[in-house]
Design a protein around this ligand. Structure first.
Ligand code: MD3
Ligand code: FE
Length: 221
């Protein structure tokens, strides 16, 4: 029997620039996967995953929660950031230090030295769940990037241009990959193709994605 020597070693990190301002940090998260997921479990014990309804009345296949001073919510009234979780009527759980540090270090790695995330949207995909092509434009300061962290099952990510019609690149995002989206790519259309069946040692049958944002909607109190 031949021993698989490589499976014992951490994967080599490498960076890929998809377009100006959009950097994939492949294998950026190495040892922290399980602690990040246990933070997610603590957060979603307080602010459970739920399937939001779009303004058009469709139930999203992705289940969502948030931590930080505001959270992204959607209902028939529209999309917005809110400091109160509409499900619990309480404030969202605080952003764990581990989340904050990871997001700030990743942004710095991509050249954004002043990233101040005030919200983390937590997306949970089960097999078949998808996110249609959209832009993230509910944030007030578009000079700040968005940082995304992929955990669990892999996804094929679609990365388009500034118009819905622009041709999309397809990028495989695996557990531990971090993407920093900023500068000229900040308003690019993007989406996630339906998650394929599989098994992840860390999550089982789910993909979990963390997106860190500086929304600018944080209220002083
Ligand atoms: C490209 N989430 O929550 S993160 C979202 O994998 C969202 O769950 C996806 O899109 C996910 O809004 C993709 C990657 C992402 C986030 C923001 C972007 C890509 C982006 C903003 C501009 C361009
Ligand atoms: Fe998005």
């Amino acid at each position: 029997m031949t021993m698989d020597l490589f499976s014992q070693l951490p994967a080599e990190p490498w960076t890929e620039e998809l377009s100006p301002g959009a950097m994939v940090l492949h294998h950026y998260v190495q040892d922290q996967v399980l602690s990040l997921l246990s933070d997610v479990a603590e957060i979603t014990h307080v602010a459970p995953f739920r399937h939001l309804v779009t303004p058009g009345g469709y139930r999203m296949s992705v289940a969502m929660s948030n931590c930080g001073s505001v959270g992204w919510v959607s209902d028939k009234q529209g999309y917005r950031y809110s400091s109160i979780d509409p499900l619990t009527q309480k404030r969202w759980p605080a952003m764990p230090d581990r989340f904050l540090t990871l997001a700030i270090l990743a942004a710095r790695e991509a050249g954004f030295t002043d990233f101040q995330p005030d919200a983390c949207l937590i997306n949970r995909y089960d097999v078949g769940a998808k996110l249609s092509l959209h832009q993230d434009k509910d944030e007030l300061d578009l000079r700040q990037p968005i940082v995304s962290v992929s955990l669990g099952l892999p996804a094929i990510f679609q990365f388009g241009g500034l118009s819905r019609e622009a041709k999309c690149q397809r990028v495989l995002l695996s557990e531990g990959d971090v993407v920093v989206w900023g500068g000229p790519s900040r308003l690019n259309y993007h989406g996630v193709l339906p998650i394929k069946a599989g098994f992840s040692p860390s999550t089982g049958a789910y993909r979990v994605n963390l997106t860190f944002r500086h929304t600018g909607h944080t209220e002083k109190r």
